[in-house]
Design a protein around this ligand. Structure first.
Ligand SMILES: [Fe+2]
Length: 439
């Protein structure tokens, strides 16, 4: 090989489009495999109780299933607020023993799961009831799986690692967001590095869940907003996935419709039980939809923004979502227009418009919704020197796990990051000049 050819080869190897072609081939093959797996793998559904009595109905089921000592997994804040008391009062009335473990933290680590597991075993608990948001439910899934399989939680990381069923598991979500009570995955963080590890197994889907609006009504406004947009993102990414099906479309469209209508209501009046209930069902439906159709770039980039700049998951999704919708505008034009028609958000001024116009109208509505629930669309402290790492990790997450309508090269992800950074800096400058004028 002549020396003169080396720079050409080196240039080709570093060429973004060439690397993207390889990435594209791998990602598309994985997406096809995921589609087959999602079609073949039986994914159970939890029995769902909905309404102001849902908690009691779930407790009746736990009692009727023969549990005599329930391990209640929750977090310290919820326990201090007395949220589990609706359940514990009922269990007391029916002479059923329970043990409350409130040590679950946001983004639970293996140490947290192991501590919960040890408390469940030492207290001879025979069922687990998770009362909390996504972190609590994920930790409870891991505790239930570890106890049922008599193994350490680390052994369950990966796909289908369990040999036996988990201990009977029940969930009462306190936020309308992750839909974790419907999904076959749980995320646990490493004790030191806080790198996230995923366990995927349909055996961790709970036997039953209660969507109880009374439990959800105390959720603060900013959490209502963040988690609500997380639901919308699950639904939209599942809707736009190339692995979407008639079944996932039903759940994704239903969840989208509910969020567009009820999120502002729940945000403005947390005590509106109808809105809380509809948002709880939407979160559950979003979980069912992405269980099979998967997620996409919004989650992949949001996970990285969350890890680098400590942004709550739902808010990170809200920041990224409009940019990815814009990116998919062309490839998902028909799908977004179909969704806009299906959920009936088209105003009379939009009747008879083209798919292109309806897709744009829908994206505008999403932007307006995010704004209406007071979400700050900026990220503080973004550094261009982080962008390479973020783009690589996000691209890897997409090619490993999702089936997206448009695969973008790393430069595309970096472009989105640059736009978020520019918006954030402009907002900060505008705020500074407003403050100067006031001073
Ligand atoms: Fe999410």
């Amino acid at each position: 090989m002549s020396k003169t050819k080396l720079p050409i080869i080196s240039t080709l190897l570093n060429n973004d489009s060439l690397q993207h072609a390889g990435y594209l081939a791998v990602a598309k093959t994985r997406a096809k495999v995921l589609k087959v797996v999602s079609m073949v793998l039986p994914i159970p559904r939890p029995l769902l109780y909905v309404g102001e009595e849902a908690c009691y109905e779930l407790c009746d089921m736990i009692i009727n299933e023969g549990s005599t000592n329930v391990f209640i997994a929750t977090d310290e804040v919820l326990n201090k607020l007395g949220v589990p008391s609706k359940v514990t009062d009922y269990l007391d009335k029916h002479n059923v023993s329970y043990h409350i473990y409130d040590g679950i933290t946001p983004d639970p680590t293996f140490a947290v799961v192991e501590e919960g597991l040890s408390e469940s075993i030492s207290n001879n608990c025979d069922s687990i009831l998770a009362i909390g948001g996504g972190s609590v439910i994920d930790a409870a899934k891991m505790i239930a799986m570890s106890q049922g399989n008599n193994c350490k939680p680390q052994k369950l990381i990966g796909i289908l690692k369990a040999r036996k069923s988990c201990m009977p598991l029940y969930c009462i979500p306190t936020t309308a967001g992750t839909g974790s009570e419907a999904t076959l995955g749980a995320v646990v963080s490493d004790n030191e590095t806080h790198q996230k590890a995923l366990s995927i197994d349909p055996r961790m889907i709970p036997l039953a869940a209660a969507i109880d609006p009374v439990i959800m009504k105390g959720m603060p406004k900013h959490i209502t907003a963040d988690t609500g947009i997380d639901v919308l993102t699950h639904a939209l990414e599942a809707w736009m996935s190339v692995n979407a099906s008639v079944e996932t479309d039903y759940y994704a469209a239903s969840a989208t419709k509910s969020v567009m209508h009820y999120l502002p209501v729940a945000y403005n009046d947390g005590g509106d039980l109808k809105a809380r209930e509809e948002m709880g069902i939407a979160a559950h439906y979003g979980g069912i939809a992405f269980n099979k159709a998967g997620l996409g770039y919004v989650h992949a980039i949001a996970h990285q923004l969350g890890a680098h700049y400590s942004i709550p998951h739902g808010r990170a999704n809200a920041i990224v979502l409009p940019y990815v919708l814009d990116l998919n505008r062309k490839s998902s034009e028909k799908r977004l227009a179909k969704l806009a028609r299906k959920i009936g958000i088209i105003e009379s001024t939009q009747a008879g418009k083209s798919d292109k116009e309806l897709a744009s109208y829908f994206i505008d509505q999403v932007r307006a919704l995010i704004k209406s629930v007071g979400i700050d669309p900026t990220v503080k402290g973004m550094k261009e020197s982080d962008f390479d790492d973020i783009a690589k990790a996000a691209a890897r997450e997409v090619s490993d796990t999702y089936a997206v309508p448009t695969y973008m090269p790393a430069s595309g992800i970096k472009d989105i990051l640059s736009r978020i950074k520019a918006t954030s800096e402009k907002r900060a400058a505008d705020d500074d000049s407003k403050n100067d004028k006031v001073a």
